[in-house]
Structures are given as structure tokens and as C-alpha cells.
Design a protein around this ligand. Sequence first.
Ligand code: ADP
Length: 585
Amino acid sequence: MNRFTRRRRTRRIRLIVIGLFLALSAGSVWLTAETSSRFLRSDLETRVSAGLQVQAGILESHLEKFRVLAPVVARSTNAEAVALFIDEQVGKRVAAIAAGMAGAEEVWFLSSRGRPIASSLSDDLAVMADGNRMIDKAFAEAAQGQLGRQLLPGSPSRPPSYVFASPIRVENRLVGVLAVRVPLAPVEQAWALTKVPLAATDADGRILVSNRPDWRGRLISEVTSGNPLHIVRQLPVLGWEVHALADQSESLSQVWRAMLIAVLLCVILGGLLFMLAARWEAQAQRGRRQRAEALRLERKVLHRTAALRQANAQLQQEVQDRQRAEEHLRQAQAELVQAAKLATLGEMSASLSHEYNQPLAAIRSDADVAEMLIVRGRAGEAVGNLQRIGAMVDRMAEIARTLKGFTRKAGTDVRPVDFAQVAEEAALLLRPQVKRTETELVIRMPQEPIVVYGGKIRLEQVLVNLLSNAVDAARAARDASGQPPRVVLTVTADGPHALVTVDDTGAGVPENIRPQIFEPFFTTKETGAGLGLGLSIAYKIVHDFNGSLVLEDGPLGGARFSMRLPRSGGPWAAGKTEADQAPAA
Ligand code: ADP
């Protein structure tokens, strides 16, 4: 998945999650509002209806108290007398006592025709007659022998009252009516103590009693419109209804509060979710970045490994090439060594032919003498000649053998070699040259055998070269100074090494050419006399044997070539390098 697709997908998921969260939040807020309003409404309903019951009870019990007052007073003999004799004086007293004791607003007597007799309140009969007209319904009921009831409606400024009327009978004959006016103001005062608006209505729905004085006389439907919580209780005896109109504003504000809390909780939850999501997102991003980094590293490693492998292959190839080149070089060197040897031989050939010619001539003359002696019958005298011939042949054979060995191609192996033998054979090979140049060759060997580690023919080659150069230099010096040429070969044991020095009475090596004498093809000799290979090959051979070859100033006035070779058989045994051996000794 590429980055853009992933980003688009992430954005889509984020939108879906936000949408879901908003929907859920809205749902929870709605649920909170619904549940809380239902709960608060039912709670309010319970409270209000309980209050309504109490308040309705107050109204009922208030009226109930006065309901029995009228019949009780009407049946008394005093009342009968007042009605029978129209006795205003007694009537007024009885009415005042009854009203005062019961707490009625007014108690008054009426004749059977409905005319006023006496009242607890007023003496003015005209006013009373007005009042009587207002209670015609209650009077009519009482005249029929029932308990008359009638409401005297109030107005916003005047509280209503209720009238009970009871017949006064003498021997089953209606003689008058006793009316009791009950004030409803105490009920309204008791109702005024509750906050809930209360109203008692008649069958038509007109408000008779209320703790809101301005409602008196109005229709209940007018005041309840718009108020949703309206509880009604029937008062069957009175034929009334008591209404309670609950004030829902507090419940509503509580619902709003609950909703606000729900919204706040949603906001907090949303914030938390947002933070969590942001952290998840950051973590995922970090993980992705780490994975990408690991992948990049892996690729880098792979790349580097490939490069390394390639370099390795290249190196191997180079090593092979080098080995091959070394092999070629070794071959070339071997051939060069051989060439140098042959060159030395070439240089020595004149002396060698002299070496052979001299004994051949001696053999020839000895053979002639022996022949002559034998012919003359003096064979016994020929023995001496023959013995000399034999000795000379032996010598020539030895020279031939040494030469043959020297010309043989040198091997590459290294083994212990007795240096005395090397010196002896080199001297033998050089003898013709030494003799010809009348050089004195001195060889100083120690008593103990000096066994070095090397190849015999190659060591001989080195020594022949050094000695031959020394003889050449000594003879050349003799030509210049007249000093008899002398070459000294000294072999000594020097710790783990054998020290071989070749000194001559030559003129030495001039300072300016010293750095060059070990270079191949460097020679100061005239053309044909030297190839300039001798020292360079000698140097190479000695180093191959882990030895060293240096030029020094010799004690005889000429050059000194010092050669160190590792000795064999000691604690510095075979195969070790010069550097390894030196400190061990
Ligand atoms: P070549 O003998 O064919 O010249 P070398 O490599 O053997 O080649 O010698 C190189 C040169 O070193 C010689 O030409 C000579 O000048 C100088 N040299 C070698 N040995 C001696 C010596 N003992 N005394 C003086 N010079 C020497």
C-alpha cells in the first residue's frame, strides 16, 4: 500500500470514528434527557399528587366540620322556639353563640317562607333579606327537608364562602330554616402555604377556591392551558374537583443540568479518545518508520555484502594473478641464476681449459716416457710415471665432477649444508683463476663444523661469485700498485648465524657506486668481462635463505663482503627467519 492510499484510508476511518462518536454522544445526551425528565416528572407527579391529597383533605375536612353544625343547631329547642315565635332576640343570641363556638362566618335563622328572623352578624333585616336571596338554592333544599348546600362565589378581592341550610321542624312541620355560612378563606390561606397552584372547581370547571386569588371565577381551562403537568382529584360529596398545576421549570432546569453533565462527559470522553487515537497513530507511525528504517538498513547491508563479495572475488583474482606472476618471476629468476652461472663459467672457461691442458700435456709426456721405458725393458721405472698419470686423471675427474654439479640446475629446496664443503668446492672451481692471477687465497675455517641452512649449489654459486670478484679486484689493484693480490675467506660461527667474510687487497668499491652494485646488470668491468649479474643474484639467493649480504670496508684495504646465514641444528632450527632467531640466541 502506498503512502497516499494509506493516508486516505486513515482519514476515512477517522471520519467514520468521529461520526460514530458524535452519534453515540447525541444518543447518550438524548437518553439522559429522556430518562431524567421521565424520572423527575414521575417524582414531581408523586409529590404533587401527595400534596394535592393533603390540600383536598383540608378543604373537605373544613367543610365537613360545618356540615353537622346546621342540623345540630336546627334540632335544638331554642331554634324551634325562634322559628315558631319569630323571636328575634333569642334568635340573634343563639346564632351568635353557634357562630362564635364553631367559627362560622355567619349563622342566621329564616322563616319557613324564607324571610330573615335573626343573624349572628347584622341587625339590619333588609341587608339580610338580600343575603337570603343569594342562598335560594340551599333554602329550597332545606325546605324539602334535606341539608341545603350552596356556594357563595367570591371575586378576586373577596374570598368565597359556603352555605349549609337545615330545616327547623316542629311536629314534622317546617317552621323555619337555619343557615350557616362557612368562610373558605382559611382553606385558601392554608393552600397559600404551598408553592403549587391549587384550584377547586365546580362541575362547570369554574374556579371557586384557589391559592391564587386572581383565579377566582375563571375557568380552569383558561389557567391550565400550556401547563403540561395538571393533576386532578375528585371531591364527590361536593361535586367538585381540586386541581394542582405543578411547576415544571425546576424539573426542566434539572433536566438541562443532567444534559449538560452528559455533554461534558461526552466532551471529556471524546478528548480522551482523541488523545488515545493520537497516541496510537503516533505509535503506528513510529512503528512504520522503524520498519522502513530496518528495511533500508537491510537493503544497505545486502548491497554492502554484495560489494564486499565482489571485492573479495576481485581480491582472490588478484591473489591468483600475483601467485601466477610470482611463479613466472621465480622461473625467470631461476633461469637468470642459471644464466649467471653459465656466465661465470664462461668467464672461467679460459682458466679451466688451461687447467685441463696442463695435466693433459703432463699426462702426454709421462705416457711417452713410460712407453719408452717399457720398450727399453725398464718397465719397473715406468711405474712412477703411470702413478702420476693416474693422480692427474683423478684430479681432472674431480674438476669435471664439480663443474658438472655446478652447472646442474639448482633445486629450490633448502637443507642443512656443511659450509666447509661449499668453500672447498668453490676454491677448486676457482683454482685456475687464482693460479693464473697468482693470487694468494686463504681459507680460514673453525675447528667445529659449520652447518648452514640453504642449497649447496646456490651457496657455491654465491661464494664463487664473491671470491671471483675479490680475485679480480685484487689482481686489478696489483696491476696499479704492485701489491701482491690476496683474498681471505673467513668462516665463523656467530650465534645462530654463520658469518662468512670475503676480504681482498683490491681498491674497494668507490662510494658513488656502492648503492648500485647489487643491482642487476650493474658492472664496471669491460664488455665481455662481466654481465653485472653476479652480486644481484648472490644477494637474492642469500635472502632466500633468510640470510644477509652487505658490503663493508675490508681490513685488507679492499672491499669486504659479509654474508650471514642461519645455522642449522642449533636451537635456532630450520625454517626460522633471521628476525625470529636473533633474540633467541
Ligand atoms: P661483474 O662481476 O660481472 O661486474 P658483479 O655483480 O659480480 O658483476 O659485480 C658488480 C660490480 O661490483 C663489479 O663490476 C665491480 O665494480 C664491483 N665489485 C664487485 N666485487 C668487488 C670487489 N671485491 N672489490 C671492488 N669492486 C667490486
